[in-house]
Design a protein around this ligand. Structure first.
Ligand code: SF4
Length: 253
């Protein structure tokens, strides 16, 4: 079997193992209380949705802190309370005493909109977005309805629900690989797409490689791009994929 095929098989195998692992506390922000809030899908499913809405144009760890910081600043976080707050309350909480997001003004609007949508469309229970084993297409489409959520965030939201939160969906076909330059860097170095390929090319490639669940590569690729597959100098000698990865094999010759 060629290295590329073995690499693909191994990536899928590890991706499946991550999905099959028992649920644990997922570390998104690195702050215990904030991560506990995000992981509490039974009592605060809207915290997960709000964190996903925030996860753009700033460091991910800080974005995933926002629900907890809002809880502290607003004094409560149950959806009934949040749903009764005017936009001005979110604008103030997002801006004072420190800015919670690089684009705190627009994000305040997005949080307010998200809460109103959860109250109006889901009866105040955000878990209705993913309850009852819906299709991945439905879940992605429901996230896309939130203001500020594009295809990348919607795919990520569905992917983390499946992989980290162990939410059961009827299929995974509409969960794309993360359209992120960092993920793209690793995917390109591994040899799945040529240098200069676009994010769209990468998405289509991942769909071809594993149409049942194109986003299955995300977990491994994210870990690599944060640890060894660094932008300037990949640390291939420390990478467990070096004998299969196209770049790693070339670098070792
Ligand atoms: S072998 Fe090197 S280039 Fe390939 S994934 Fe690992 S660190 Fe990145």
């Amino acid at each position: 079997m060629a290295s590329a095929d073995r690499l693909l098989d191994r990536l899928v195998e590890v991706g499946k193992r991550l999905v099959a692992e028992p649920r644990r506390l997922n570390r998104y922000s690195g702050v215990q209380a904030a991560d506990e809030l995000i992981n509490d899908l039974d009592r605060f499913p809207h915290a997960y949705v709000i964190a996903c809405v925030m996860d753009r144009q700033m460091q991910a760890e800080k974005a995933w802190l926002v629900p907890y910081e809002l809880k502290q600043r607003l004094g409560a976080f149950d959806i009934g309370f949040l749903g009764g707050l005017p936009l001005a309350a979110y604008e103030r909480a997002m801006a004072w005493p420190t800015h919670l997001h690089r684009f705190h003004q627009s994000m305040a609007c997005f949080v307010h909109d998200a809460v109103q949508r959860i109250c109006r469309q889901y009866g105040g229970d955000a878990s209705a977005i993913w309850a009852g084993r819906p299709s991945s297409a439905d879940v992605v489409a429901r996230f896309r309805e939130f203001r500020g959520v594009g295809p990348k965030i919607a795919a990520m939201a569905a992917n983390l629900l499946v992989r980290d939160m162990k939410v059961s969906l009827s299929d995974h076909q509409s969960i794309d690989i993360s359209a992120d330059p960092q993920v793209q860097r690793v995917f390109t170095r591994m040899g799945f797409v040529p240098q200069g390929a676009s994010l769209t090319d990468m998405i289509h490639c991942a769909r071809r490689l594993h149409c049942d669940y194109p986003g299955i590569f995300d977990g491994v690729l994210w870990e690599l791009c944060r640890t060894v597959c660094l932008p300037q100098e990949p640390r291939c000698t420390d990478c467990q994929w070096s004998t299969l990865c196209g770049y790693g094999r070339t670098a070792s010759q």
